[in-house]
Write a protein that binds this ligand. Sequence first.
Ligand SMILES: Cc1cc2nc3c(=O)[nH]c(=O)nc-3n(C[C@H](O)[C@H](O)[C@H](O)COP(=O)(O)O)c2cc1C
Length: 262
Amino acid sequence: MRCAMAVAASLRLCFSSLSSSSGHRHRLPSALYLTAAYRRNAKAAHDAFHAPDWKCSRRGMVAASGADAAGSSGVIKIAAISGSLRRASFHAGMIRAAIEIAKENIPDVEIEVLKIGDLPFVNTDLEVDGRFPEVVERFRAKVLQADSILFACPEYNYSMSAVFKNSIDWASRAPNVWAEKPAAIMSAGGNFGGGRSSYHLRQSGVFCDLRFINKPEVFVRAFEPPAKFDADGNLIDSATKDRIKDLLFSLRSWTLRLKSCS
Ligand SMILES: Cc1cc2nc3c(=O)[nH]c(=O)nc-3n(C[C@H](O)[C@H](O)[C@H](O)COP(=O)(O)O)c2cc1C
C-alpha cells in the first residue's frame, strides 16, 4: 500500500513538474496517445503516426500540411548514399528503386545520389587552412543541403564497408554536417539482411547526431529465394519495394516533424 502511495505521489510530482514546464507539457498527450495506440494495435499506431505530418505548436504535436512544414518549395530533398562501389551493387539497386518509388508515390520527395567512391581516405593532414579537399567539400555541401539522408548500407564482416565508413567520417569533421539530419537505413546481405552493419551505422550516428527513424527496418536477405535482384543489381522483388516505400513514407514524416520543431 505504502509502495502504491509512493508511486502515486511520484507520478503527481512528475505531472506537476511537466505542467509547470511549458516546454514539455504539450508533448505528454501525444506520447501517451502513441503508447496506448501501440498497445491496442500496431497498425493503428503506424497510421496515427504516419498519416498526417506533425508540427510543434503550443497545443502540442498537431497535423501540418506538407508544404507548410517542408518549406516554401514544399520539396523534401533526400540525399542517398550507397556503401558499395560494385557495378551491379544491390545497394545502388535499392536506391534506384527508391527513386522510382518516390517519383510514383511521393511527389514532394526528391532523391539525389551522392557518390562516395572518389573520396580520399580520411587523413586530417588533407585539411589545410580549414578546408577539405575539393571532392570532400562538395560531398559535405551536398549532405548539408539535404533535408534528410537515405543510407544503403552493405554488411562487410559484420560491420559497415570501409568506403561507407570513410564517408561518414569525412562529413563528421567539424563542423559536423550530419548533425540533426533525419535519416533512414536499408541493407541487403546474407541471413541477417545486412542488419549488423545497419546497427553499427546507428551506433556511429549517435556521435554524429544523426536522427534515425527506428522503423521500419529494411534488411533484405539478398541470397534467399525468391530472387530480389537481377544480374545488374536492379531490385525486382515487389515485397521489398513495398518495404522501401514504407521506409520512404516514414522518413518523409519524420523529416517534416523535425523540421517543424527546429
Ligand atoms: C569483404 C566482404 C565481406 C562481407 N561480409 C558479409 C557479412 O559479414 N555479412 C553479410 O551478410 N554479407 C557479407 N558480405 C556479402 C555482402 O553482403 C554482399 O556481397 C552484398 O551483395 C554487398 O552489397 P552490394 O551488392 O551492394 O555490393 C561480404 C562481402 C564482402 C565483399
